[in-house]
Design a binder for this molecule. Structure first.
Ligand code: ADP
Ligand code: SF4
Length: 694
């Protein structure tokens, strides 16, 4: 088999009693599928194996009802009844020659046990890590013995389910083992508390017992957060983090190391633009252990991967997000198709799905999560049908994705955009502070389109309906996007807000077009739950402007809690001196001020400003589509297909626009399941006989 220009990445590596076929290691990551959607999860993991990942892991897997993460559908291995669902996954992974790993977890005081109503367990009792008005119970010796028994049983069942690598997991501040390790959580005075030796005791026992139970045929991996990124307040790679690795050095067969918590491990490019950003924390591990080491850090460049191996930082290239954005990343490196890699943009939409307990989606990879229910393959689309040509109007994320997939299918594709620079909002939002990586959504697709002989691209071509008719292409996809409103209409005020004509009102589009607000204080009215208001506030404040952010929400950019960014956004704005007014709605704008009231109509407050930046909602740009539809109805244009896609059809995330373009291209003369939810497969609950329990 060819190994391309990077043969070192394709060397097999032994992990205890098993051998990985190469160095590409999909570390455990959530999918929003888990025990609820096992077929979908199996197909997703199988796709990673098909794409060349030598090791494919599942996600944190509850070992007992006292670790109930409901409503999040994570992995579940409470008893033998959970084995068949996991077997689907190991079969799918093994089919392509990869090793299957399972991340056993007891989530302790991170699991609120909302379904089971079991007691929440923790080393010392107290509050819980989840946002629930509950407290945890300090574990006594019997509880610790139970936990060890549950973990042992789960390891045995993991082997029965076909897994090759079995984890003990102390990471993300989400597991009992890590809670025992950290003095912040562990104030015990017995042999499980106090000294580091005592705090490590439980991990040592679980590693030894897992080995005893399954270590003859399965590798035992330890996932360990070496640094909490809290400086002196937490565990550090230069202190106890290193000591833990020294104490346990060769006990596990593999060290899977990272930083905690999840927001640090899965940092977005907005706050952590560098790929390989964990290297400085994990580089000591290989000096301390003989065992293979896997590390992560949004690794997509094969040159960086090789250098990490040659410098002795890791043995395996770990990835969650890069494997989500491109399940075929290893295959593309092996086949010298580097420029075809769909690089993760670090936006954390994938993470947001898990946080919403819905199946995983990805901005860059619209097939993610659709492998089973819609039968989508990230690298394959059906060949074209009877039609010959298609016109795509608008080269934003939706238009680019639609054009690319239609071109892959073999149609003669004409792509036209009004602007000189193609990419639509991926490019425009990518020009904002911290969002540069988002341009990759456009770069990847434009690169693909420019290689293809069956694609004609027209820039600076704002098409009118008459011009579309002149082109004579019978299949038209309109991806003309959406424009931010300046009238204040949004989630809170459903209609326009009264504005004095003397006040300068701006929109995010104005800022993205390069408009500089007039001198004087700027009031941002942010009635959009996502990132835009916070991004603009920080950009303007960084430019030295006096900014007040007014929002009806109780926190800034509330939806960004889903992407693990909210705290950082709000902290950054405070540090930049942005005045934040929460729970305030904009009532009217005078010539010199914004007048706000409390969300329940409390007393008005006036904020003097020289301009108002409205971040509220968007207008769909459907003028061209509407005109074409009217001409078609009147018989003035012969069109077989006229379809509105992307933000013009429904403003949403960039991920939604990409998905819309992708689905439309698949559905055209093809698969009805691509665009109609009524056709996709659902996982149905099997009704066991009453009283039946494995
Ligand atoms: P989406 O997110 O749905 O892809 P965007 O707003 O990112 O939407 O992109 C829409 C693109 O459509 C922009 O690049 C814009 O320049 C282009 N556009 C809008 N109207 C026309 C038109 N009449 N002819 C050609 N291009 C257009
Ligand atoms: Fe990367 Fe964003 Fe895709 Fe997640 S959703 S894998 S962060 S591109």
């Amino acid at each position: 088999m060819t190994t391309g220009k990077y043969p070192i990445l394709f060397e097999p590596v032994k992990i205890g009693p098993v051998t990985a076929p190469n160095r590409f290691y999909q570390v455990p990551h959530c999918t929003g599928m888990g025990y609820l959607r096992p077929r979908a999860d199996a197909a997703l993991r199988g796709m990673k194996a098909e794409g060349g990942w030598g090791v494919v892991c599942n996600q944190e897997t509850e070992i007992h009802p006292t670790s109930d993460l409901s409503p999040s559908p994570e992995g579940r291995l409470w008893d033998a009844a959970d084995i068949p669902a996991l077997r689907l996954m190991t079969d799918a992974i093994h089919k392509h020659g990869a090793l299957a790993g399972i991340e056993l977890a007891h989530n302790g005081a991170h699991a609120a046990n909302l379904l089971t109503r079991a007691p929440v367990l923790s080393p010392s009792g107290g509050t819980i890590n989840a946002m629930h008005p509950k407290q945890s119970r300090a574990m006594d010796k019997a509880d610790i013995r139970d936990l060890r028994r549950w973990h042992r049983a789960a390891a045995r069942r993991s082997r029965e389910a076909g897994f090759d690598i079995i984890y003990v997991y102390a990471g993300h501040e989400m597991t009992l083992t890590q809670h025992f390790l950290l003095p912040q959580h562990n104030q015990r005075s017995d042999e499980y508390g106090g000294t580091l030796t005592n705090r490590v005791r439980l991990i040592r026992e679980l590693l030894e017992e897992t080995r005893e139970e399954v270590g003859d045929t399965c590798a035992v991996a330890f996932r360990f957060a070496v640094d909490q990124m809290q400086g002196d307040a937490g565990m550090q790679a230069t202190g106890e983090g290193r000591e833990v690795v020294q104490m346990l050095a060769d006990l596990p067969d593999l060290w899977d190391v990272n930083v905690s918590d999840w927001a640090n491990d899965s940092a977005t490019t907005r706050f952590q633009p560098e790929d390989g950003y964990q290297n400085e924390y994990i580089r000591f591990v290989k000096d301390v252990t003989q065992r293979p080491v896997v590390g992560v850090g949004r690794l997509t460049s094969p040159d960086m991967m090789v250098s990490m191996i040659e410098k002795g930082i890791v043995d395996f290239i770990g990835a969650a997000r890069p494997s989500i954005a491109d399940p075929f990343l290893p295959a593309k490196i092996r086949e010298d198709r580097i420029e075809e890699i769909r690089e993760c943009i670090g936006c954390n939409i994938c993470v947001a799905c898990d946080n919403q307990s819905i199946p995983i989606r990805c901005t860059q990879n619209p097939t993610m999560g659709e492998e089973w229910r819609r039968g989508w393959h990230p690298e394959q689309v059906a060949p074209k049908g009877a039609a010959e040509a298609a016109l795509v109007i608008g080269a934003g994320p939706a238009g680019l994705e639609c054009a690319m997939q239609l071109a892959k299918r073999g149609y003669a594709v004409t792509l036209a955009d009004a602007r000189e620079d193609l990419g639509g909002r991926a490019l425009r939002e990518g020009s904002l502070a911290g969002l540069a990586a988002w341009r990759r959504v456009a770069d990847n697709r434009l690169h693909d389109l420019r290689q293809r002989a069956n694609v004609s691209i027209y820039v600076q071509s704002r098409l009118s309906a008459a011009e579309v008719a002149e082109l004579g292409i019978a299949n038209v996809f309109v991806a003309t996007g959406a424009t931010w409103r300046g009238d204040g209409a949004g989630r809170t005020s459903h209609g326009p807000i009264p504005v004095d004509g003397a006040m300068r009102v701006l929109t995010p589009d104005d800022i993205m077009d390069g408009t500089v607000p007039p001198a004087g204080p700027i009031a941002i009215y942010d009635d959009d739950p996502a990132y835009m208001g916070g991004v603009l506030a920080s950009q303007l404040a960084e430019a030295g402007r006096d900014v007040t952010l007014i929002t009806p929400a109780p926190i800034v950019s509330p939806w960004t809690e889903m992407t693990l960014e909210q705290e950082r956004i709000q902290t950054t704005l405070v540090a930049l001196g942005v005045q934040i007014m929460t729970c305030r709605t904009l009532v009217r704008v005078t010539d010199k001020a914004c007048v706000t009231s409390g969300v329940y109509g409390e007393a008005e407050q006036t904020i003097a400003c020289a301009s108002v930046l409205m971040v509220t909602s968007r207008h769909r740009d459907t003028a061209l589509y509407d005109e074409l539809a009217a001409m078609r109805a009147a018989g003035d244009i012969a069109l077989d297909t006229l379809e509105l896609i992307g933000d013009a059809a429904q403003p949403g995330l960039i991920a939604d626009a990409v998905q819309s373009g992708h689905a439309a291209a698949r559905a055209f003369e093809g698969d009805p399941a691509a665009t109609d939810a009524a056709y996709f497969r659902r996982e149905m609950i099997a009704l066991a006989d009453e009283g039946e329990h494995a």
